[in-house]
Design a protein around this ligand. Structure first.
Ligand SMILES: [Zn+2]
Length: 741
């Protein structure tokens, strides 16, 4: 034979593919299939009741299989193991099913995996013969839910837990109290729920909207202690621990609406319908500790788990600074500032919880002013807080905003439902690793695991909640369960091929944003190239180009992966609409492109953008303006008063006009600049135009000069004026794009 060609047979590949998510430690395919009848025999008395009931209901739901008791040789056989890793199980599928497990929790995980292994094709049910060996990497595999900003019913919480259990997530962090609603019945203080659980009105649209509008509709609800017990036991049947969160000393406006006497001012205020951080928090006087201890006393008796979350985040100290009682507490306890007062506050609460046999966990702000001796830290403002805590021998749960905030967008903001901001697509979640490189093995042992947080300011329905949580929660589970997770592409293949079907059959409203084709641009010699990146190779680009002057239109079709070259115009700037059509028309998309003289030019940021908004330099000259309304990404952002950018055109060109596109979003501390100056960079810099008259997002500067290297200097106000959002700070400047006519 002259040469050999190795062909990948995709159907054979799929045969070998492991359908279990999270991916097990070992999956070894063996030849042949084990065919299943409509009835499966097992020895019911060997099974814990909860696991058996769920096996029964899932087999019926997914595969129309029923289970039957037998005293003889069962089809599914069990064996308990000792001396294996924590929560270890194995499944061997030969002419029958053999499960070995270390404890009941592990047997439950084996059951979930087994259900995922069953296939149905043309009404024939079977399991590919294989050997599975598995155990989790991290102990804390959490999913959080904020029920304060929007209330979710007992049935909805149960559904949330069912899905968590399917993907072996084991910690439900239940954010039960916040400014906008108190959601847990406390017998000692009935007004917490009669008053604190309801608000008169809720913000419509985004926090940054100007002016803000409200819906004038009463919103609220709470869980009775009976319902709490019901949910805790429902979770326990799924081996999920429930960690309740009772926020203090901040995010307490709902409680203070019910009992204003525990604030510093005593002022009666309503439960707010606006999001954000509020000045009024619990006063540190003795009566407040009594109030909180009485509440926690009831909380502790409802939740059997080890941890009680006390929040501790975003507590402004202005009220404490001007309160005689708080000042008195500081003096008496020799506390030198408000941070130490917060630390004192948290320590008092920790002592109370420790006496009750519980551990305190709080957001990373509890590090400020000194951490309580036994506290566990939930690191949300990046990894930093968690690293500091682990180095000091405190336990840590990593929930960094960069990877774990499921209230962020998972696609382009103009193609997604309203969200708080930020950008955390599926792949980003998949890359999450709770153990930062800075930690050595001993320090890393303090990292209990990770968790994703689901804040619900902008999540008004359970459907939308599922959309934000799935499939990202499955990617999270991969990050927290797998010893060696497969690459992202392999994960997606199993997710799309197998698990979407399961989620469909459960009518889960998961997001398909990760499958949406996207157009990426890269700089080339003549301008920029656009590449359609799509998992579906039948997707196509369609582009229609029209020149402003002639109105001439060109139509062109390109397939995924092919490059579309957008060259700089010889003479006139043109506008272009590029649309891509997906097989699934719901996922189509359009971009608007301006073909101008600086397209693909070299950009040198003499002032570096803030790393959080440091996108590819080409973003500024890729022909596309930043997405509006701004939702936290796809713009170049600066937080300095002076910004200097140098743009080098590929050749000297007569420029009539330069148009800057800025963003104004004062609610996010983003303001228009004060002054722009454009200079011609030759041997010496020569100023050619400047303006101080900036009152709209688009700023046009008439140039009428032949230019090659252009130096742009943008100056902002030195600080945001009093009375405006972010007063006293350096304003943010956001820019995209700079068009050269
Ligand atoms: Zn006070």
């Amino acid at each position: 034979m002259l040469f050999t060609v190795q062909l990948f047979d995709s159907s054979a590949q799929k045969q070998e593919q492991c359908n279990i998510l999270p991916t097990p430690v070992v999956y070894k395919r063996v030849k042949g299939n084990l065919y299943l009848r409509e009835k499966i025999h097992l020895n019911k008395e060997n099974w814990p009741k909860n696991t058996l009931n769920q096996l029964d209901s899932m087999l019926q739901k997914f595969h129309k299989i029923t289970i039957q008791d037998t005293t003889g040789k069962p089809f599914i056989r069990l064996r308990k193991l000792t001396n294996v890793p924590k929560d270890f199980y194995s499944i061997s599928i030969s002419s029958f099913i053999f499960i070995s497990y270390s404890n009941e929790r592990a047997l439950y995980y084996a059951m979930q995996s087994l259900v995922q292994l069953i296939k149905t094709e043309n009404k024939i049910k079977y399991i590919p013969k294989a050997f599975v060996q598995d155990y989790p990497k991290f102990d804390w595999r959490g999913l959080h839910l904020d029920v304060s900003r929007h209330f979710f019913s007992v049935e909805e919480i149960k559904r949330y837990l069912d899905l968590m259990a399917m993907y072996k997530l084991n910690t439900f962090h239940w954010h039960l109290t916040d400014d906008q609603g108190w959601r847990i019945e406390i017998n000692a203080y009935p007004k917490l729920t009669t008053v604190g659980a309801f608000r008169d009105s809720t913000l419509i649209g985004h926090y940054t909207a100007n002016p803000r509008k409200y819906d004038s509709q009463r919103h609220g609800g709470f869980y009775t202690q009976q319902e709490i017990k019901e949910i805790v036991s429902y979770a326990a049947e799924r081996y999920i621990d429930v960690v309740p969160e009772i926020e203090m000393p901040g995010h307490s406006r709902a409680a203070l609406a019910a009992y204003p006497r525990f604030s510093c001012t005593g002022k009666q205020q309503k439960v707010p319908g606006l999001w954000g951080v509020f000045e009024d928090i619990y006063c540190t006087k003795e009566e407040s500790f009594q109030f909180l201890s009485n509440i926690l006393n009831e909380v502790v008796s409802l939740f059997p788990g080890k941890y009680i979350h006390i929040g501790g985040d975003e507590a402004p100290k202005s009220r404490w600074k001007s309160c005689a009682k708080c000042q008195n507490v500081m003096q008496k306890n020799r506390l030198k500032d408000a941070h130490e007062l917060q630390s004192y506050f948290i320590s008092r609460i920790e002592q109370f919880l420790n006496k009750k046999g519980k551990n305190l966990i709080g957001w990373d702000e509890i590090l400020e002013g000194g951490l309580s001796p036994n506290a566990t830290v939930m690191s949300w403002r990046g990894f930093k807080g968690g690293i500091a805590a682990a180095k000091n021998g405190h336990y840590v749960v990593m929930t960094p905003g960069t990877h774990c905030y499921f209230d962020h967008y998972q696609g382009k903001s103009n193609e997604e439902p309203l969200a708080i901001g930020g950008y955390t697509p599926l792949e980003k979640v998949y890359q999450f690793n709770p153990i930062p490189d800075e930690l050595d093995a001993a320090q890393a042992s303090y990292i209990l695991g990770g968790q994703a947080n689901l804040w619900t300011e902008y999540i008004t329905s359970y459907d939308q909640l599922e959309y934000m949580a799935y499939p990202r929660a499955i990617a999270l589970s991969q990050a927290l369960w797998c010893q060696n997770k497969p690459n992202y592409e392999k994960f997606c293949q199993v997710l799309y091929d197998v698990h979407y079907e399961k989620l469909d059959s459960l009518k889960v409203n998961y997001s398909k944003s990760s499958q949406r084709a996207s157009i990426t641009s890269k700089v080339n010699e003549k301008g920029i190239s656009l590449i359609l990146d799509s998992p579906d190779t039948s997707d196509i680009f369609c582009t229609s180009l029209r020149t402003k002057l002639s109105g001439e239109e060109i139509k062109l079709n390109l397939k995924a992966g092919e490059e579309l070259m957008i060259t700089r115009p010889k003479k006139h700037v043109t506008e272009q609409e590029i649309e891509f059509i997906s097989k699934n028309s719901a996922l189509g998309s359009t971009i608007h492109l301006t073909r101008h003289h600086a397209l693909g030019a070299k950009v040198n940021y003499i002032t570096k953008p803030n790393p959080q908004y440091h996108y590819a330099p080409s973003l500024l000259i890729d022909g596309q303006k930043g997405v509006r309304p701004w939702r936290g990404h796809e713009w170049i952002g600066f937080d300095t008063c002076k910004i200097i950018i140098e743009i080098k055109l590929p050749e000297k060109k007569k420029i009539k006009e330069i148009v800057f596109s800025f963003l104004e979003s004062n609610g996010s501390w983003i303001y228009l600049p004060k002054q722009i100056q454009v200079s011609n960079q030759m041997k010496r810099r020569k100023k050619i135009r400047s303006t101080t008259n900036i009152n709209s997002e688009l700023v046009r500067l008439k140039i009428k000069k032949r230019l090659k290297t252009i130096n742009i200097e943008i100056n902002t106000f030195s600080s945001i004026p009093q009375g405006l959002p972010g007063a006293g700070r350096v304003p943010w400047t956001f820019l995209d794009e700079i068009v050269f006519h």
